[in-house]
Design a binder for this molecule. Structure first.
Ligand SMILES: *[C@@H]1O[C@H](CO)[C@@H](O)[C@H](O)[C@H]1NC(C)=O
Ligand SMILES: *[C@@H]1O[C@H](CO)[C@@H](O)[C@H](O)[C@H]1NC(C)=O
Ligand SMILES: *[C@@H]1O[C@H](CO)[C@@H](O)[C@H](O)[C@H]1NC(C)=O
Length: 435
């Protein structure tokens, strides 16, 4: 990629030299200079003609002016040209929190195998290492580490991530990469070194048996792919990633995935039972200590998500055309339509392969009765929480996450009947506008 940049720059330097010579020539002989400019196809005739008329002695200066304008125009042309060079290659960051359907949405991209390099939660290693080292208290260090690792990974450079993998990879090779098999790119034949008998025999990588991951090979595979997608539930504030959006070597697009915080809590109480045992106890007791640290943490999470979305929706210059907000509920109800929107936003064509994967994995196939169907009807799944979450807990979420619910269009329930009544939708139809 670096080579692609140097070509227009070198070319430009050469043009500047030619241009300077033109000016010198024009000073030596007006006649010759006029002849030259009229023959130069790149001459922006419009701007030259609109220059104010000077008397004879100022004419060479006027020509130098026009030469300078020409240079400026060419500089603009080349910087636009440079954008064209990176334009084909997209870097998509899928930002979410746990239990918001981010694995499903990640899979929407992962399934486009041929030209897509997808990484599932690489920041897991970073978070783990920082928590071990600093007790997870240094937020500044985490922000910087997350950003730097993401940047390097978007450029297919695994060296910084390696430093966070425990045990430290030897010869750039590791058997400890978190959820390697979630990434189809990391299980391709070209990245799958033979399994070592006895040691990694049980290590399945999608449909293959692979030995430890050679990160040099992974990087090679990444470089071959046109687009790169990383999913992460660990970034707290979108604003922290501003340097990525402004990095001239990247064309980053952020897709923020959100879900009703009441549904998220209900889902976490099931998925992370041990961690959420207090909530489960409160659900039984029917009483929630509102000033408890865990309730404060819930509020903090809601605020982070809302503030990130507020920045995204405000569309500051650095985020223009780089931010999209998607509600999980809309994906669950209209998976194909939302996938098409995300792909359009990303500037990547949606392949028939992805389309059929989505249809197959989000709808119960016709003719199979619900109980025996392995494929879930995602539209049905999306409201299940309304029957498992105690009304009292829903009220607490509404209290501490009120502004978040409002921003994303999730309706408040004022009674247990309202919560359980499925004929009353809790999802407002909401269109989020992006430039
Ligand atoms: C937190 O991390 C930053 C950046 O790495 C560092 O400069 C600072 O000293 C750290 N603070 C503490 C309290 O460790
Ligand atoms: C990893 O792959 C690279 C590139 O194919 C190769 O040169 C290197 O020897 C491999 N490393 C190990 C430890 O096998
Ligand atoms: C999925 O469930 C929804 C809501 O119950 C229903 O309207 C829809 O027809 C179902 N879709 C399929 C493919 O079964």
């Amino acid at each position: 990629m670096r080579i692609k940049y140097t070509i227009p720059i070198v070319f430009f330097v050469a043009l500047v030299i030619i241009e300077k010579e033109n000016s010198i020539v024009s000073r030596v002989s007006d006649k010759l200079a006029l002849k030259q400019t009229s023959q130069t196809p790149l001459q922006p005739s419009g701007s030259y003609r609109t220059l104010p008329k000077h008397n004879g002695s100022f004419a060479p200066l006027g020509k130098m002016d026009s030469a300078f304008m020409l240079m400026k125009r060419r500089l603009v042309d080349y910087s636009q040209h440079q954008e064209v060079v990176t334009e084909g290659r997209r870097h998509i960051l899928l930002l979410a929190t746990t239990r918001t359907g981010s694995s499903l949405v990640g899979e929407f991209f992962n399934q486009q195998r041929d030209n897509m390099f997808y990484l599932f939660e690489p920041l897991w290693h970073v978070e783990k290492m920082l928590t071990l080292e600093t007790g997870g208290t240094n937020a500044t260090a985490a922000v910087k580490a997350y950003r730097d690792v993401l940047r390097r990974l978007f450029l297919c450079d695994f060296s910084l991530l390696e430093r966070f993998i425990d045990p430290l990879p030897a010869d750039h090779t590791t058997a400890a990469l978190f959820r390697r098999s979630s990434s189809s790119s990391l299980c391709e034949a070209s990245v799958c070194s033979p399994a070592i008998k006895g040691v990694f025999e049980r290590y399945h990588c999608r449909n293959r048996r692979c030995g430890p991951l050679n990160l040099t090979m992974a990087s090679g595979s990444c470089l071959q792919k046109e687009h790169r997608v990383i999913k992460s539930v660990r970034v707290r504030q979108l604003e922290n990633l501003r340097p990525l959006a402004e990095d001239p070597h990247l064309d980053v697009r952020f897709i923020q995935l959100v879900r009703d915080p009441r549904a998220v809590l209900a889902s976490r109480m099931v998925a992370f039972a041990a961690k959420y045992k207090n909530w489960k106890q409160w659900a039984v007791d029917g009483d929630v200590p509102i000033d408890n640290d865990e309730v404060k943490k819930l509020k903090g999470n809601c605020d982070n998500i809302r503030m990130s979305a507020e920045i995204g929706l405000r569309q500051p210059t650095w985020l223009r055309r780089r931010y999209m907000l998607v509600r999980y509920e809309d994906i669950a109800r209209f998976p194909l339509r939302k996938a098409a929107e995300m792909y359009r936003f990303a500037g990547i064509p949606l392949t028939p392969q992805v389309r059929s994967w989505i249809l197959k994995n989000t709808q119960a196939s016709k003719g199979t009765s619900g109980v025996y169907s392995t494929q879930k009807n995602s539209s049905e799944q999306v409201e299940k929480w309304r029957f498992s979450l105690p009304f009292k807990i829903a009220q607490v979420v509404q209290k501490v996450c009120g502004p978040t619910l409002k921003l994303f269009g999730y309706k408040i329930v004022s009674s247990e009947e309202m919560l359980r009544d499925k004929s009353f939708s809790l999802i407002e139809d909401k269109v989020f506008k992006f430039l």
